[in-house]
Design a protein around this ligand. Structure first.
Ligand SMILES: Cc1ncc(C[n+]2csc(CCOP(=O)(O)OP(=O)(O)O)c2C)c(N)n1
Ligand code: SF4
Length: 290
């Protein structure tokens, strides 16, 4: 039996007191335990940012990569070892700014990963610059007169790109978040979990007070059907007065990318014996870099 304590360990988090990432860290541990996924059975791939430090704070396989590139690295990991579960964890700057094309491509390819985005609507680590999900008019060190761009809508983008599991959680609703992450882990294919994550230091307008008054759960709306793609797209645009969380869209299952790569059908690449000739080719290639 896997328990939350199996993931205990690592360094002490350096996050600010009150940061929404603490709940996300707990939520991931709790969801993995509930799904009976042991630390050695999953890899957390992260980018660069406050939230991307997360794998350092638990006992799990972690791969801390480059800013905006964890989905690309996760793609390589899944091709090399599709027996290993992969969850990408990164901020909105990382996922929807620098990494936007990777996000859309993973969704349309139906790469079998969970993509969890800590959406604090700001660049936290680099001290509060505006991010792709910041509201228009937001004043930050890089937008002193207010942002002149309209924000991206990650849920609508994922639906449009063909994702079959599109969801949003809130770090102030831990039990709900654990359920969402669990559903995403069970989903065979690309699963987006956008998490509203208060950055209490650099984005105080979007702290707990703001969300507490507005957040509601889609599951409590009996008329809402997450199989309805048009309804999901519409609900993805609801913001301000009321903010929905939950599973926006759960579409018909499609073959995953990995299932369709002919070279992966017989077995995982990592389980195959190394071919001496190929090693020589790789060594030759490596020499060209020196
Ligand atoms: C290619 C590249 N560009 C810019 C940076 C500087 N940088 C580091 S983290 C970051 C933004 C982090 O914001 P986000 O991804 O939203 O994560 P958060 O810190 O809010 O968790 C930036 C711009 C970098 N490290 N690499
Ligand atoms: S700066 Fe914001 S996102 Fe980063 S640790 Fe502090 S509260 Fe969290």
């Amino acid at each position: 039996m896997v328990t939350r304590r199996d993931f205990a360990g690592g360094e002490t988090p350096t996050w600010c007191t009150g940061c929404g990432n603490f709940a996300i860290l707990n939520g991931i541990k709790m969801a993995l335990a509930e799904q009976e996924i042991a630390p050695h059975e999953i890899l957390l791939v992260t980018g660069i940012g406050c939230g991307s430090k997360l794998p350092h704070y638990m006992h799990v396989n972690g791969f801390h990569t480059l800013h905006g590139r964890p989905v690309a690295v996760a793609t390589g990991v899944r091709l090399a070892n599709h027996g290993l579960r992969v969850m990408v964890v990164h901020g909105d700057g990382d996922g929807y700014g620098e990494g936007l094309s990777h996000f859309l491509n993973a969704a349309r390819r139906n790469l079998n990963i969970v993509d969890l985005v800590q959406d604090n609507r700001v660049y936290g680590l680099t001290r509060g610059q505006y991010s792709p999900t910041s509201e228009r008019g937001k004043r930050t060190p890089t937008t002193p007169a207010g942002a002149i761009e309209w924000p991206v809508n990650p849920l609508a983008l994922a639906i449009t790109a063909g994702a079959t599991f599109v969801s949003r959680g809130y770090s102030g609703e831990l039990e709900h978040l654990v359920w969402l992450i669990g559903e995403a882990l069970q989903h065979p294919g690309y699963a987006l979990v956008d998490v509203l994550q208060p950055c209490v230091t650099w984005n105080r307008n979007y702290a707990y007070d703001f969300y507490r008054e507005r957040v509601y759960k889609l599951e409590e709306d009996a008329a809402y059907d997450p199989r309805d793609r048009t309804a999901a797209w519409e609900r993805a645009h609801e913001w301000d007065e009321r903010i929905p969380i939950g599973i926006f869209y759960r579409g018909e299952l499609k073959p995953t990318y990995e299932e369709q790569v002919a070279a992966l059908v017989s077995s995982c690449l990592v389980d195959r014996p190394l071919d001496r000739e190929w090693i020589l080719h790789v060594e030759e290639l490596m020499q060209t870099f020196f």
